[in-house]
Design a protein around this ligand. Structure first.
Ligand code: LCS
Length: 394
């Protein structure tokens, strides 16, 4: 990758890593739907396996369509390079596998995406890995959990669905001081709103399923690293474990990526207006949105993010039952998990995604019975507000 981030994000999402095809001039990156690549000679094959000419060998090890997507996101995140994965979880587990050795310890944000926690507790624990899940917005709470075996600090900010922020610069300083790797799941912000590598993180993870693809039609992931040595280590693990991305999947994400900056702009404007509307609604008890001046971490959001995002959560006066009633009443907003799509998506964690989690554990993570999560989409704002208003009065 020889390009760097130098232009407006509106330009980079369209052009970074996506120059016209050198073989044909095709303006849209072609789908190189081939599992294997022929060598012109035995000598060329030998050079390629020795990593000397940078050419392609086999799609699990690298593919030109997938490479275009990796370069594009790496430029947007100011990374040394990117690694596209079959899903966001393939990105998460590749990072865990590459960084953690037997009996290692990690510290992570308590409210991380559920599977990012479950996979440690149920699977990596079999190899002696231990994890502490803490409120990483409190840097002293993180420091207290450090052990001589701690290798990884794994942060999600803003966290899901509480929208609580973690100070990435403070985590980076702590990680440097103690020789830890700092990985940030940047899915909620996308590279348009937050660039953790610029704030000192070593690794960034994205579920491309969300904002970067943005159309509720692809599952995918990406890992970015700041330093060449760590990128190499991650690449080796990914190629061996096999969680790489398919070229057809990569092409769809490249197509979604072109409008990422536009989509973030519109959805973010909608989210700010929806947050203000909900805040003034008599049936709404509270609203979590980092863009509201009353949000306890509004200043931190301003200092590490370039915008406040499109995700918000709010609490209903009527608690659990009101949440269920609202879910049955929405018409425009899709009652669905996932986030970051052109469609507005709404869900009630206490009766849906977190119904199986004991109440005490749920509430410790900030997921109260009255909490509704909304991923604001790109529809006309008036239509979103009208749908929320009619569902709230149901
Ligand atoms: N990281 C975050 C922050 C996520 O929200 C998700 C999925 C993942 C990683 C995993 O990515 P995937 O493998 O699904 O591409 N979040 C989901 C959610 O909030 N509802 O459904 C999935």
């Amino acid at each position: 990758m020889d390009q760097t981030r130098s232009r407006s994000p509106f330009t980079d999402v369209i052009h970074a890593g996506q120059a016209p095809d050198p073989a044909t001039g095709a303006v849209s990156v072609p789908i190189y739907q081939s599992s294997t690549f022929a060598f012109a000679s035995a000598e060329e094959g030998a050079a390629r396996f020795a990593g000397k000419d940078g050419g392609y060998i086999y799609t699990r090890l690298g593919n030109p369509t997938t490479r275009a997507l990796e370069d594009a996101v790496a430029i947007l995140e100011n990374g040394r390079g990117g690694l596209a994965t079959a899903s966001g979880m393939a990105a998460v587990t590749t990072v865990y596998t590459a960084v953690l050795e037997k009996d290692a310890h990690m510290i992570a944000t308590a409210a991380v995406y559920g599977a990012s926690r479950t996979v440690v507790e149920n699977e990596y624990s079999r190899f002696g890995v231990r994890a502490d899940f803490v409120d990483t917005s409190d840097i002293e709470a993180v420091r207290k959990r450090l052990t001589p075996r701690t290798r990884l600090l794994y942060v999600e900010t803003p966290a899901n669905p509480t929208l609580r922020l973690t100070d990435i610069r403070a985590c980076a300083a702590l990680a440097r001081e103690h020789g830890l790797v700092l990985a940030v799941d940047n899915t909620f912000s996308s590279p348009i709103l937050q660039n953790p590598l610029d704030l000192g993180a070593d690794i960034v993870i994205h579920s491309l399923t969300k904002f970067i693809n943005g159309h509720s039609d692809v599952v995918g992931g990406m890992i970015l690293a700041r330093e060449e040595a760590l990128l190499k280590r991650l690449r080796k693990v990914l190629q061996l474990m096999g969680g790489t991305m398919d070229p057809h999947q990569a092409w769809l994400v490249l197509r979604g990526l072109k409008t990422l900056a536009l989509r973030m702009d519109k959805a973010q404007d909608n989210a700010m207006r929806a947050a203000r509307f909900l805040e003034s609604h008599p049936k709404v008890r509270w609203v979590n949105y980092p863009g509201l001046p009353g949000h306890p971490q509004h200043e931190l959001a301003k200092s590490q993010m370039k915008g406040f995002g499109t995700m918000l959560s709010f609490g209903l006066e009527g608690g659990f039952e009101a949440g269920r009633r609202m879910m049955n009443a929405v018409k425009l907003c899709a009652l669905a998990v996932s986030l970051g799509s052109v469609e507005s998506l709404i869900q009630h964690p206490a009766s849906m995604t977190h119904a199986g989690v004991p109440r005490r554990e749920r509430e410790e993570a900030g997921i109260t019975d009255d909490l509704v999560r909304l991923s604001v989409g790109c529809e006309g704002y008036e239509d979103i507000q009208a749908d929320l208003a009619q569902a709230l009065s149901a």
